[in-house]
Ligand binder design. Structure first.
Ligand SMILES: [Zn+2]
Length: 72
C-alpha cells in the first residue's frame, strides 16, 4: 500500500484531548507503526512511506520522488 497523505493534513486544527494525545507507538512488521492514542483507539497503520511523504525535509522529498533510496 502506497497511499499518499492528504496535502491538507497539517491544516486541520485538532483540539488537545485524549483522542489526539499519543499513549504509545508500536512497530507493525518492518514497514509501519501503529499509534495507540490515550482515548484507547489504535486504528490505522502508518507506513514508513506515508510518514516520509509527510516530512518536508530534503532527504525525505528525494526518497519519495525516487531520487534516492533509504540506506537502511
Ligand atoms: Zn524527513
Amino acid at each position: 500500500m502506497r497511499s499518499e497523505p492528504d496535502p491538507m493534513v497539517f491544516a486541520v486544527k485538532l483540539s488537545d484531548s485524549p483522542a489526539t494525545r499519543i499513549d504509545q507507538i508500536e512497530a507493525t512488521g518492518q514497514y509501519a507503526i501503529t499509534i495507540h492514542w490515550q482515548d484507547g483507539h489504535h486504528y490505522g497503520i502508518y507506513t514508513w512511506h506515508y510518514l516520509r511523504a509527510l516530512c518536508p525535509c530534503s532527504e525525505c522529498r528525494g526518497i519519495i520522488h525516487g531520487e534516492d533510496t533509504p540506506s537502511s
